[in-house]
Design a protein around this ligand. Structure first.
Ligand code: AMP
Length: 419
């Protein structure tokens, strides 16, 4: 029987991999312009990290983790998101005792056991940033401005940025009571999950994916009305900073984000055109996280973007158009193949993207091959060329041909590629 990729995973083959390179380049460049540097953490961690750092009542931890015991019976989990690992690394390397804020970005595969559909996979990729060690509302604004800048650089204009404040544990405590009293009379209409969790964590009901739950709790009290003065002021400052920097957003009372460690600012970006899974990214402030993971009491703010969903949103042709290589070495007579290989090596050592045929194609077949690779120039090597120590360079667009000596070849090609 043929073996196929596991459900919810997929291969990235060329030319699609070039789109990934393009996306990765924009993500890196933009993060670096904003002063973030890359962190790479392991793909699996101790299960406890996610239980503590993401929260046991969340869908991610309660239903979606790829957890396994290794040969020493340790419980390990393929990372479902990046923030908890960053917090762990921050603590483990005492990175918080250096220059603050610590500004990191990461990029890589994440794993969640969910029902696959367009835009939802079991292995998917996230790009994220985290800024630890600042409580300033301008820090929140910075990460949001960074996210919006990424979308602009990718040419994605039709997005919606939703923004809310989920307050601090103090104002949330008061709000919880109000929300529980609102939900209690209609609790029988909720999905089984929400019936089980509404008393412990009523905010999760607002975050439930089940439409019936939303219908049942219609008219519920909103968190914004319960914010304490400090949280209200923080939120107002974030909003002002966004407006001052021409970032438009929609205040969204329904946005609560399911993760336990979020405090204050929460945001989500949707691109309505990409289908049912329209959320391309989300994030917020998480002042309780580092402490919950065993570190000092310092705040953090960040976001994660779904890279597959960004690619779904990227219009055709947005990525850089380039041939696979720039130059093709065509050998007109097999006996000169060794010279062809030497020329090819010289070109490559000079940093020129070049290739040749390795399947014994005829001269005509080699030129077709060159066309398919999208080269700008072909170098033709036949009897005349070898006897007289030159090569014929053909411009594949203008079809003009030049006779070029071996010594001048690299310079000639470099000049021609630039022109
Ligand atoms: P979250 O950590 O759940 O806020 O996810 C952040 C972003 O990652 C989402 O907005 C999606 O773009 C992306 N994402 C989350 N889960 C998946 C998945 N199963 N497949 C593809 N992308 C995902």
């Amino acid at each position: 029987m043929q073996i196929k990729v596991p459900r919810g995973t997929y291969d990235i083959l060329p030319p699609q991999s070039s789109k990934w390179h393009y996306l990765e380049k924009i993500l890196r460049e933009t993060a670096e312009v904003f002063g973030y540097r890359e962190i790479r953490t392991p793909i699996f961690e101790h299960t406890e990290l996610f239980e503590r750092g993401v929260g046991e009542s969340t869908d991610i931890v309660s239903k979606e983790m790829y957890t396994f015991a290794d040969k020493s019976e340790r419980s390990l989990t393929l990372r479902p998101e990046g923030t908890a690992s960053c917090a762990r690394a921050l603590i483990e390397h005492s990175a918080y005792s250096g220059l603050l804020p610590v500004k990191w970005y990461y990029m890589g595969p994440m794993f969640r056991y969910d029902r696959p559909e367009t835009g939802r996979y079991r292995q998917f990729h996230q790009f994220g940033v985290e800024a630890f060690g600042s409580l300033s509302p301008y820090m929140d604004a910075e990460v949001i401005i960074l996210l919006v800048e990424i979308l602009h650089r990718l040419g994605l204009k039709d997005y919606e940025l939703h923004l809310n404040s989920v307050g601090c544990p103090k104002c949330r405590r008061a709000y919880r009571e109000k929300l529980i009293s609102h939900i209690k009379p209609v609790k029988d209409l909720l999905c089984p999950d929400c019936q089980g969790r509404y008393e412990k964590n009523p905010l999760r009901v607002l975050d439930c994916k089940n439409e019936a739950c939303h219908a049942a709790i219609k008219g519920y009290p909103v968190l914004y009305d319960s914010l304490c003065d400090e949280c209200r002021e923080h939120y107002a400052e974030v909003r002002k900073a966004l407006s001052d920097n021409q970032v438009s957003y929609i205040h969204d009372d329904n946005l609560v984000r399911g993760l336990d460690y979020y405090t204050n600012t929460a945001f989500e970006v949707h691109i309505p055109g990409i289908g049912a899974q329209s959320a391309v990214g989300g994030g917020g402030r998480y002042n309780g996280l580092v402490k919950a993971c065993g570190g000092p009491d310092i705040g953090g703010v960040g976001f994660a973007l779904g890279m597959e969903r960004l690619l779904l949103a990227l219009a055709e042709g947005e990525e850089e158009k380039a041939g696979i290589v720039d130059v093709f070495v065509a050998v007109m007579d097999r006996q000169y193949e060794d010279i062809g290989v030497k020329i090819l090596t010289d070109l490559r050592r000079a940093g020129i993207k070049a290739d040749k045929d390795y399947t014994g194609k005829s001269p005509k077949g080699q030129m077709k091959h060159a066309d398919k690779l999208g080269v700008k120039m072909a170098i033709l090597l036949g009897e005349d060329e070898v006897k007289n120590s030159f090569v014929t360079v053909r411009d594949m667009i203008s079809k003009e041909q030049y006779q070029v000596g071996h010594r001048e070849l690299i310079d000639f090609i470099k000049r021609h590629i630039k022109a």
